[in-house]
Design a protein around this ligand. Structure first.
Ligand code: GDP
Ligand code: IMO
Ligand code: MG
Length: 431
């Protein structure tokens, strides 16, 4: 069997967690392949809401295996908290969660480096989640990092201390303020203590060579879904650099993040909101700074799942989506949160950018730094609540027209439509 991939086509928070949970019954294994606790994936079912950061969104299905792949980076304190939260909700992650020994660790000092480097950037700060993502991936690439498998080594503590010493040399060179030496409001020593307690707490989770496990599972005919984090426009290579995250968020990242060959990739589900959001700094051509943007934020409860920050909101952006579809080789589209615009008189769709000439595709490297004037096409709203629909045939015709418009523009089928945060508020049109 091939590995299907599900990932975000915009700037993150598209609803990947919800759809992964919905599709999990179709698979045997759900695997995260990149990113870390900067992700916040929200699941809602049976009146319960749960946010996952590092753990794949199939974890509430006890008969499904969930794998944290080698491309993911892990903060043991955050992971331990996630596991404790799952246990409270009746899940048993020690039974159906596996972690790659090659996954890198986020050290407490990585979080301090994130704090001081962001603070030093002033107005040009990235708006990082301050989870230590950039510094931990930097150490991975610089070949200084510690991996989760290293915790089993007898000299782990001394390796940790040596890296911490190097990190503090860097941190002190920034002349840090007292505030930037706090992590989650705690002193460094307090956080570090909890970090080590986290390592102990997760010791009953199985550490594996996940690349071997995944490839053997492919051979054995197991069905695997790779769950992306962040979004294509936050990709380290193709996103709106430098306002991006530090990992490969696109389908290519599945190969390096799980250790599979390109030929093993099957379907690629591209998840997008019927509008668009972004959290943190950086270009956002269709951003609405007016009442309509506020209404999208309010109706869509657009506040970060990880940091609680208000998300920037705007119309759907077809040039950016074209680019994402191209980069990922999307085979199926998944449209989220159309219900947020139920009471809108019209829905705006950005069809092209006006930058001297009209651009229908996402502009290249130079153009992105200029002011971009989005051309907005207005489509009549459906003006009726969508959240109770479960079948395509029953949906209002005006909404179907919106769906067909996007399908035609992107030349791909919208195979899944989500009309509410709940597991059941989903219309699956897979053929
Ligand atoms: P992810 O990071 O891609 O998993 O997305 P997040 O969980 O960060 O953000 C998506 C938010 O939208 C969450 O609060 C979900 O509960 C919610 N959500 C998901 N799908 C829908 C939908 O179709 N309609 C509405 N109204 N909310 C949704
Ligand atoms: P999920 O998986 C939305 C954004 C941050 C910031 C930039 C860099 O829930 O979709 P980082 O912490 O990686 O150094 O932040 O990327 N960002 C996200 N935005 N959803 C996410 O994840 C994000 N992960 C990172 O806001 O602008
Ligand atoms: Mg999120």
């Amino acid at each position: 069997m091939k590995v299907d991939v599900l990932l975000g086509l915009q700037w993150g928070d598209e609803g990947k967690g919800k759809i992964t949970d919905v599709l999990t019954p179709e698979y045997d294994i759900i695997a995260r392949f990149q990113g870390g606790p900067n992700a916040g994936h929200t699941l809602e079912f049976n009146g319960m809401k749960h946010v996952l950061h590092t753990i794949p969104s199939g974890i509430f299905h006890p008969d499904k295996v969930n794998v944290i792949g080698n491309g993911v980076i892990i903060d043991p304190r955050i992971l331990a908290r996630e596991i404790a939260g799952l246990r409270e909700r009746g899940a048993n992650p020690e039974k159906n969660l596996l972690i790659s020994k090659r996954a890198h660790l986020i050290l407490p000092t990585h979080r301090l480096i994130d704090n001081v480097t962001e603070a030093s950037k002033g107005k040009s700060k990235i708006g990082s989640t301050l989870k230590g993502i950039g510094p931990a991936y930097t150490d991975k690439v610089a070949r200084n990092g510690l991996r989760i498998g290293d915790i089993l080594l007898p000299d782990f503590r001394s390796r940790y201390e040596s890296l911490r010493k190097d990190h503090f040399r860097l941190i002190n060179s920034f002349n840090p303020t007292e505030d930037s030496l706090l992590i989650e409001g705690m002193s460094f020593d307090e956080y570090e203590k909890r970090w080590f307690e986290g390592l102990d707490y997760i010791s009953d989770i199985q550490l594996i060579d996940s690349e071997i496990y995944i490839n053997q599972s492919i051979k054995a005919g197991k069905r695997i879904l790779a769950e992306g984090a962040q979004g294509t426009m936050l990709d380290i290579d193709f996103g709106t650099y430098p306002f991006v995250t530090s990992s490969s968020t696109i389908s290519a990242g599945v190969c390096s993040g799980l250790g599979i060959s390109p030929g093993s990739v099957g379907k690629v589900y591209g998840v997008f909101k019927a509008y668009c959001t972004r959290v943190g700094s950086g270009p956002f051509p269709t951003e609405l700074l007016d009442e309509t943007g506020g209404k999208l934020r309010e109706n869509g409860k657009e506040f970060g799942s990880t940091t609680g920050r208000p998300r920037r909101c705007g119309w759907i952006d077809l040039p950016a989506l074209h680019y994402s579809v191209m980069l990922n080789g999307v085979t199926d589209l998944v449209m989220m949160k159309s219900d947020v615009m139920d009471d809108f008189d019209f829905i705006g769709v950005c069809t092209q950018y006006r930058v001297g000439e009209d651009l229908y595709d996402f502009p290249g490297y130079e153009t992105l730094n200029q002011a971009i004037d989005p051309v907005i096409h207005q489509i009549p709203g459906w003006k009726s609540p969508l959240h109770n629909f479960t079948a395509w045939d029953e949906l209002p015709e005006s909404f179907k027209q919106y769906v067909r418009y996007i399908e035609k523009a992107l030349n791909l089928p919208i195979s899944v439509i989500s009309v509410g945060p709940g597991r059941n508020q989903t219309i699956v049109r897979l053929v």
